[in-house]
Design a protein. Structure first.
Length: 211
């Protein structure tokens, strides 16, 4: 009798544990922690800069994605597509004009106001030392600041809304450029997610924000 009671108690405990155990669904997506040079080339081909420079920056770039919670296929696809077009994944990229506050770094930080605000955030005078924006130490963190502080772009990536991502990044509206970035976004999704989900939006909102 005693053995029977113990058996019933054990069975009850097992059933309770099964009910309380967390469940997972087929739609859950494990977080990715890093990308490699080979990943970038597979997604963006010739848009990726020279291997030595790109690989020199990858540790900081991967750390930045973790810090900015850019760890899902949707978010990484939007972020990496943006960097492919902004800088070819070169931390030392610089705009082609001679303005003091020309685009620099992974995200092509542009304009005195952005240099001032980013510098204040990191406690460094980027207005007086704008070249720091394209250094190994600051290029990737500045891209995180722009992506999450100056703008709030992760939710746009979660919604597969590349049109709004492009508007938030702030380059002048250009239908050809927008379309190319959206194509690359889909290529990145296919590589990182395994397929292109339904619902990708490529068109900018009516009132596009500029940098």
């Amino acid at each position: 009798m005693r053995h029977r009671i113990l058996g019933l108690v054990a069975a009850s405990i097992s059933a309770t544990l099964l009910v309380l155990a967390p469940t997972t669904t087929a739609r859950s997506e494990p977080a990715r922690t890093s990308v490699t040079y080979a990943d970038l080339v597979a997604m963006f081909g010739e848009k990726v800069g020279d291997r030595r420079t790109v690989e020199a920056g990858l540790p900081n770039l991967n750390r930045t994605m973790t810090d900015a919670q850019i760890t899902t296929a949707y978010r990484q696809s939007a972020y990496l597509t943006t960097l492919a077009h902004e800088s070819s994944f070169r931390h030392d990229a610089k705009g082609g004009d001679k303005r003091k506050y020309t685009g620099r770094g992974y995200i092509q930080l542009t304009g005195e106001a952005n240099y001032t605000d980013a510098g204040a955030y990191f406690g460094v005078d980027l207005r007086r030392r704008p070249e720091l924006a394209r250094s190994l130490d600051y290029s990737a963190p500045i891209s995180r600041w722009y992506w999450t502080v100056a703008r709030d772009i992760n939710p746009l990536a979660d919604a597969l809304d590349m049109g709004r991502v492009n508007a938030a990044i702030g380059y002048p509206p250009n239908k050809k450029e927008d379309a190319e970035r959206c194509r690359d976004f889909k290529a990145a999704l296919k590589h990182l997610h395994g397929s292109v989900p339904k619902g990708v939006r490529c068109a900018r909102p009516a009132a596009a924000e500029t940098r």
